[in-house]
Design a protein around this ligand. Structure first.
Ligand code: ZN
Length: 440
């Protein structure tokens, strides 16, 4: 049977939090033993792990384990008990399953609802992530509905929901909260502006923008917030486990460690540690349908146990992202987040929202859209890159509409996930985000 779900405040110290986690490990292992994937691999090792000690000796479950377990090798409850099935596809394109039974949803919606900017019964929540096989959209909608709010299925990368329609819905249906990736918030702003609307003035019902699904630098978060005039609340999660971390009143991201145990895998030594920097390894303590054990989500993070002004006794997580290693420029690794932080630190009046960059071996090439003086924008960006990244760069300032053509904002087929930094051997035309080269 599942244990009662803890709520923040049930423990007073990090030691008590660890006790809550440790007490659940034997039941997590017991549930996992019902999944063919674990049963099989533990049988081969002649050792069914049962105790905390046993747990500490287990290797991580990898993304490729998930892919080879497609579709139901990780299922630990009878098929008839399944409430929902989702999947995502990794870089190899292989489907990675995620499924939940009805009782899992209490844990999932609880965790997503843990926001300083709470969802109330009078909220109108616009859900803008893909509904087809994707978990996040359903998670947000179900959380909103369980709080008594109205959920609007906005979808994404769907021909039914061009940006103009998004802007119309946001405005005319008095949307109070939105869920999307951060880039979408910029695209809506550009669409609104193209329609003669001011995001800050013409959407008076809007209270906050909930965002996730992309690494987000502090400067970009602040810029989006400035454009819309409301807080931007970011969130970290994955399809296989739901919401993993949320932002507190003191502006730090905390891991929901009472529900999902977090550890870090040191790639250099292969050791799994309680804190520090490494790949995030997660064990959901309450999920029943797909009870993953030490699942490596392959995101580079920094996990630390320190007191936070918010009072939550939950570890602080900094998400460095999957591409945290970046590309070398003059021997120095440059990441998308690094470049993003510099670009969005430009003064807001320069109006830079869209950009792309390419890390070449001897310089960083950056293109930005702006209607301000090209010399002014380039000068500020070159010095920002020199100061903060310490690498040589060339900056090309192009007119608005070059990277994000206005046709795109009216285009019904937006099919690609945004990306802004490419490696030296990659074509930045082909993959461009904002329009050209889209898959048919
Ligand atoms: Zn905090």
């Amino acid at each position: 049977m599942s244990s009662p779900l803890p709520t923040i405040g049930d423990w007073a110290t990090f030691e008590e939090l660890t006790e809550i986690q440790d007490a659940l490990i034997p039941s997590v292992l017991g549930r996992a033993a019902n999944a063919p994937h674990y049963a099989e691999s533990w049988r081969r090792g002649c050792n069914q792990p049962r105790t905390l000690e046993d747990f500490r000796a287990l290797p991580p479950t990898s993304k490729s384990d998930l892919a080879t377990s497609y579709p139901f090798e990780l299922l630990a409850v009878p098929r008839a008990e399944l409430d929902s099935y989702f999947e995502s596809s990794g870089s190899s394109g292989a489907p990675t399953p995620a499924y939940y039974c009805a009782s899992d949803w209490q844990d999932l919606t609880d965790r997503f609802a843990r926001k300083t900017f709470g969802i109330t019964g009078s909220d109108v929540v616009f859900v803008r992530s893909p509904y087809a096989l994707g978990m996040a959209a359903h998670l947000v909608a179900r959380t909103a509905q369980s709080a008594g709010a109205t959920a609007i299925a906005g979808d994404n990368r769907s021909s039914l929901m061009p940006f103009t329609r998004v802007v119309r819905v946001l405005r005319e249906l008095d949307v109070t909260l939105t869920w999307s990736n951060p880039t979408d918030c910029l695209l809506w702003a550009a669409t609104a502006a193209a329609a003669g609307l001011d995001p800050k003035v013409d959407f008076p019902s809007l209270r906050a923008l909930f965002v996730g699904g992309e690494p987000l630098s502090p400067a970009r978060r602040q810029r989006i917030s400035g454009i819309w005039g409301v807080p931007v609340i970011d969130e970290y999660g994955c399809s296989e486990l739901g919401s993993l971390a949320g932002r507190c009143e003191a502006d730090r991201l905390h891991l929901w460690a009472d529900r999902v145990k977090g550890e870090v895998l040191d790639q250099a030594t292969g050791q799994i540690r309680r804190d520090g920097e490494g790949e995030l390894v997660l064990t959901p303590l309450h999920l029943r349908a797909m009870p993953l054990v030490r699942y490596n989500v392959e995101d580079l993070v920094r996990l630390s146990y320190e007191d936070c002004a918010c009072g939550w006794k939950l570890p602080i997580i900094e998400v460095l992202g999957r591409s945290a290693q970046g590309y070398p420029v003059k021997g120095r690794a440059v990441t998308q987040l690094d470049v993003e932080q510099v670009v969005f630190s430009l003064p807001p009046e320069l109006g830079v929202m869209f950009w792309r960059s390419r890390a070449e071996l001897d310089q960083l090439v950056v293109q930005v859209e702006s209607s301000a003086s090209p010399a002014l924008v380039a000068g500020k960006l070159l010095s920002g890159i020199r100061e903060h990244l310490g690498v040589p760069s060339s900056v090309d300032v192009v007119p608005e509409g070059t990277l994000v053509p206005s046709e795109l904002l009216l285009d019904p087929a937006q099919s690609r996930k945004p990306r802004s930094l490419y490696g030296p051997g990659e074509s930045w035309d082909d993959a461009v985000v904002f329009g050209r080269g889209r898959a048919a």
